[in-house]
Structure formats: structure tokens, C-alpha cells
Design a protein around this ligand. Structure first.
Ligand SMILES: Nc1nc(=O)n([C@H]2C[C@H](O)[C@@H](COP(=O)(O)O)O2)cc1CO
Ligand SMILES: [Zn+2]
Length: 154
């Protein structure tokens, strides 16, 4: 019998495959938005906005003056997936390889997405993470952690 993956593995797999497109040398994140018919309606990974060349922005820099780091320039995977999506996201689920930050959570809530499925939560307990969860709980958006699913890319 050939191997068959379940829906969660499939959508998380698409999210994680997308993450491999990210030029971020420290954290590659992928996201996949799915509607109630189990159709994919948006994917994204953390990258620079259109027109911003990877070679001209400081991907390697994580500390020091904000302007000199990668942080003000990168579009997070979740926001890219929302911005890349087609149509109304009300009631959709978002599969993301890393739990969303407080900024993406605002976009997730406002777009009508009703559930977050995530795998990694390496920033668990940070202020951003706590603020994110505070908003999700207030807005009634579910978040569910799933076991790691290995995608092999050679
Ligand atoms: N959920 C997320 N989605 C994302 O796309 N990111 C992006 C922003 C940066 O490009 C990178 C985090 O960089 P670092 O601080 O781990 O070196 O991942 C970060 C988070 C974490 O909340
Ligand atoms: Zn974010």
C-alpha cells in the first residue's frame, strides 16, 4: 500500500514546503490557508515585499538598531498567505509552521480566520506571544498544536 497522509499532514506539509522558499537564515516560516471545503486558498512564507531585493536587505542581522536589522522589512508568512489569498477568509483555517506573532494575529482575526493549527512555538511565553493569545482568546479564534510532521527536502 502506498503511503497516504491525512488532511492535517497535507496542509501542514504545504505550509512547511513553502517555508523552504524563505531567505531568512535563522527562521523559515510557512503558512497555508484552507477553507471549509478543504481547498487551499492562500499560501505564504516570510519574505521581503515586492521590489525589495534579498541581496540589498540585512537578512543576517537580528540585533542592534531596528533599521539595520531584518525585522522592519520582512513580511511574515501568515500575512503573506492572507495577502496572497483569493476571496473571503471567513471560517477558514490557517496552518502555520510557527505560532503567529501579535501582528499577524490581528490580521488573522480581522480576516475572519477561525482556527490556527501550528507546529512549533519557540517564542512561547514572550510578550508578543502572550499578546497574541490574549487577542485570540478574546476573539474566540481556536489555536491547536500538532505533532511535527517531517518533510524531506534534499
Ligand atoms: N509566526 C511567525 N511568522 C514569521 O513569518 N516570522 C518570521 C519573521 C522573521 O523573518 C523570522 C523570525 O526571525 P528570528 O527572530 O527567529 O530570527 O520569522 C516569525 C514568526 C514568529 O512569530
Ligand atoms: Zn507575524
Amino acid at each position: 500500500m502506498s503511503k497516504v497522509i491525512n488532511w492535517t499532514q497535507y496542509f501542514m506539509g504545504v505550509a512547511k514546503l513553502s517555508a523552504y522558499r524563505s531567505k531568512d537564515p535563522n527562521t523559515q516560516v510557512g503558512a497555508c490557508i484552507v477553507n471549509n471545503d478543504n481547498k487551499i486558498v492562500g499560501v505564504g512564507y516570510n519574505g521581503l515585499p515586492w521590489g525589495c531585493e534579498d541581496s540589498e536587505f540585512p537578512w543576517q542581522v537580528r540585533e542592534g538598531e531596528l533599521y539595520e536589522t531584518k525585522y522592519p522589512y520582512v513580511v511574515h508568512a501568515e500575512l503573506n498567505a492572507i495577502l496572497n489569498s483569493t476571496g473571503n477568509l471567513k471560517g477558514c483555517r490557517i496552518y502555520v509552521s510557527l505560532f503567529p506573532c501579535h501582528e499577524c494575529v490581528k490580521a488573522i482575526i480581522q480576516s475572519g480566520i477561525s482556527e490556527i493549527i501550528y507546529e512549533d512555538d519557540k517564542y512561547n511565553g514572550t510578550d508578543s506571544d502572550r499578546a497574541a493569545k490574549r487577542m485570540l482568546e478574546a476573539a474566540g479564534v481556536k489555536y491547536t498544536k500538532v505533532e511535527p510532521f517531517v518533510i524531506e527536502v534534499k
